[in-house]
Design a protein around this ligand. Structure first.
Ligand code: C5P
Length: 294
């Protein structure tokens, strides 16, 4: 293995419909997922054994031991390879945008690449195994726009126009299981099948307005700051849609242009200097090999 830098992009649920619950308690989803140009950065250097060091503004409080998902992913797919992994944590933890799952998936990609196994078969085996680390890991392995069903293991690539966006986290960590437990409805309608064509961002945003994040009401009730974020995003000039990602607390605002998104992010940084705020085009990744899970 040569030293490798890998990017672990934030995942954003443009929609998140909760359509049922399995006998084991896991919830069935129907979600349109894209990735952002902001994320964590990992450097893997050849070493005799696996190890992990943490740095970056969001690293505080994160385990660097065997509980860390990046380390667990490396052990699961690494086939005995050692690596010194340096994780630069730039995404807020427990925030609905992938975080640990994104780190696990990026580490797995790097380990597979080092083993010459970053192909459809390698990704498929890794995705199936790594689902045990978190339901978001397979979609993060894909790291391109996908429709996600099942509990997170059924992935279909989708073609979406890139969306100018502002991401905001008010720095309140949210427990995903707690939000799932407090849902009052678990059998909500899925998205249409098939999805319509989205020729441009305007058409996509208009369609997204009729879709939902079914975790948003429960999360806002448990963590009122989420409602504050959504209100402030929606009030920014040019914001076309404000919604929560995952189980929160990160929310996104969609804009017609990157100039509008940049101006909105700059204004919000002045008003809310303590919040984590990022802007960029969502869903702008080049097509990548898809992990087809068995
Ligand atoms: O998979 P992940 O570790 O992110 O999920 C955390 C918890 O959220 C799970 O242990 C489960 O309680 C809940 N969950 C769920 N349905 C999903 C994904 C997660 O109920 N599809």
């Amino acid at each position: 293995m040569t030293p490798t830098d890998v990017f672990a992009p934030a995942k954003i649920n443009l929609t998140l419909h909760i359509t049922g619950q399995r006998d084991d308690g896991y919830h069935l989803l129907d979600s349109l997922v894209v990735f952002a140009p902001v994320g964590d950065v990992l450097r893997l250097v050849p070493a005799a054994e696996l190890s992990l060091s943490l740095e970056g503004p969001e690293a505080a409080g994160l385990p660097a031991d065997g509980d860390n998902l990046a380390l667990r992913a490396a052990a699961m797919v690494g086939d005995g390879q050692g690596a010194a992994i340096a994780l630069e944590k730039l995404l807020p933890v427990a925030s609905g945008i992938g975080g640990g799952s994104a780190d696990a998936a990026a580490t797995a990609r790097a380990m597979l690449a080092a083993a010459g196994a970053l192909d459809e078969g390698g990704l498929a085996r890794a995705g199936t195994a790594l689902l045990a680390l978190g339901a978001d890991v397979p979609m993060c392995l894909a790291s391109r726009p996908v429709r996600v069903r099942g509990i997170g293991e059924r992935l279909e690539p989708v073609n979406l126009p890139p969306l100018p966006a502002v991401l905001v986290n008010p720095r309140v960590p949210v427990s995903t299981p707690r939000i799932f437990r407090s849902l009052t409805a678990r059998d909500n309608p899925p998205m249409p099948e098939p999805l319509p064509e989205f020729p441009d961002a305007e058409v996509l945003i208009a369609w997204l307005k009729d879709m939902r994040n079914d975790m948003e009401p429960a999360a806002s009730a448990l963590e009122p700051m989420i409602g504050v974020v959504l209100g402030e995003l929606a009030a920014l000039p040019g914001c076309r849609l404000a919604r929560m990602s995952g189980s929160g607390a990160t929310c996104f605002g969609l804009f017609a242009t990157m100039a509008d998104a940049g101006a909105a992010a700059a204004a919000l940084r002045v008003a809310r200097p303590d919040w984590w705020i990022a802007e960029g085009l969502l869903g702008d990744q080049q097509a990548r090999a898809m992990p087809r899970l068995g």
